[in-house]
Design a protein around this ligand. Structure first.
Ligand SMILES: [Zn+2]
Length: 418
């Protein structure tokens, strides 16, 4: 009889134990967090306390510049990045050559799931600063054997020109930028720049798993739109579900848990919770039970196509720190966006949370509308979705600043808001 291959569960446990053993030997930050090893089951991982970005930021501030979540000497780290800083303090991100190879392979899984491979010409519409996503994407395209074109340092018209010139078959960008570039192309009569483009992979912010956003991008580009969500601090942890939409956890390389952001206990099937990840292939600066801050559905059923890896049917719904409690209701700005896009053709928007003189918390949405009469549809939609009455201020298109990178569209003016 042939030897039985180890179960995926067994393999994951062995890899986890190997990671934890290596980490405990040399990593000052992680050492005191880790329990007796080896772990007897994946369930035992719950004995490790959760770690948050704030804890890593505090560690780096106490021991600048890189902190103590390092398993090797500084000379071993060949890839230096930082978080973008649009959401709170900057975190330095270090990877060894070995870890960077693992990033490449994970990104390749993402791109293959979107149908990208040899023969594709992939344009990366990113600014190419020190933010990890740009470079990991660039590596991933190389790993799948496709050709790559970096579109850093260019404005939108130059990028349209480059897409035409290189006959790009795929584009990587943020979902906000995909919407923006389609608008620019339409305004300048340059929609033919998209003729060769068949696929767009959106990452860097949630959006491309929102059906209304995806539909808008697909209509603007006449191409298929795929989502990806990863974190510089952890890895390229999700790949798109080409059949049913949304995302899958890349469970060969990550252990995922979904917990209540407040109690940190696992949430039940059908609820939403915060994604907690452990990266199995990252040794230099490990991510072990890392609170991603990403709010996702806890959906136990596999996707209809039967792909491996936990299915997140709506992708990343929101950031846990974006959740605002207004008159007892949990409100996520991304849910407001989704609803508006479902019922109306909207441009830029700005959501403001504020407190009335009556001490009641309120929500105001300024939104660019082609047709002012859409206000009523938006109001009705938001009331149904949130259970709240929202004040809508219609604006002419072009009034609000265009958010072309990580969208910053939420203002919280409540005196007690943090
Ligand atoms: Zn699937």
């Amino acid at each position: 009889m042939p030897a039985q291959s180890p179960s995926p569960e067994r393999t994951r446990l062995e890899r986890l134990n190997a990671l934890l053993e290596r980490t405990r030997a040399t990593n000052q930050f992680q050492r005191q967090r880790l329990p007796e090893l080896p772990l007897a089951s994946l369930e035992d991982l719950k004995r490790v306390p959760l770690v948050s970005k704030e804890m890593l930021v505090a560690d780096q501030a106490a021991r600048p510049p890189y902190g103590t979540n390092l398993s090797f000497g500084p000379e071993q780290f060949t890839q230096l990045h930082r978080t973008s800083g649009t959401r709170g303090p900057v975190l330095m991100i270090l990877n060894t050559t070995e870890d960077w190879g693992w990033w490449r392979r994970c990104m390749a899984v993402v791109l293959r799931a979107a149908g990208i491979g040899p023969g594709d010409r992939v344009a990366l519409a990113y600014s190419f600063g020190p933010y990890l996503l740009f470079w990991a994407s660039y590596e991933g395209v190389d790993e799948v054997g496709a050709a790559r074109v970096g579109l850093g340092g260019m404005d939108s018209l130059q990028r349209l020109h480059a897409l035409r010139e290189f006959e790009a078959t795929a584009v990587l960008c943020t979902p906000t930028y995909a919407v923006h570039l389609a608008q620019v192309a339409a305004q300048h009569g340059q929609l033919d720049a998209f003729n060769s483009v068949q696929r767009i992979v959106c990452s860097g912010e949630p959006g491309a798993s929102i059906p209304a956003v995806r539909a808008r991008i697909e209509a603007g580009w006449e191409a298929r739109c795929f989502d990806h969500a990863g974190l510089s601090e952890v890895g390229a942890a999700t790949y798109p579900c080409a059949e049913a939409g949304g995302l899958h956890i890349l469970e060969e390389e990550f252990i995922a848990e979904i917990v209540d952001p407040t109690s940190a206990q696992p949430v039940r099937d059908g609820a939403v919770g915060e994604l907690v990840l452990t990266a199995l292939g990252r040794f230099g600066s490990p991510a072990i039970r890392y609170r991603t801050g990403d709010v996702v559905d806890c959906h136990e059923e596999p996707c209809p196509a039967g792909h491996s890896g936990r299915w997140l049917p709506r992708g990343v719904l929101a950031r846990s720190d974006d959740m605002v409690v207004i008159r007892g209701m949990n409100v996520f700005p991304s849910a407001i966006e989704q609803t508006m896009r479902e019922v109306a053709e909207i441009g830029e928007f700005r959501i403001t949370f504020y407190t009335e003189a009556t001490a009641m918390d309120e929500v105001k949405v300024e939104v660019e509308l082609e047709r002012a009469e859409d206000v009523r549809a938006i109001q009705t939609g938001l009331r149904r979705q949130l259970g709240l009455r929202v004040r809508i201020v219609p604006l002419k298109p072009g009034i609000l600043p265009a958010s072309t990178d990580k969208a910053r569209r939420v203002v919280d003016l409540r005196p007690l808001a943090k």
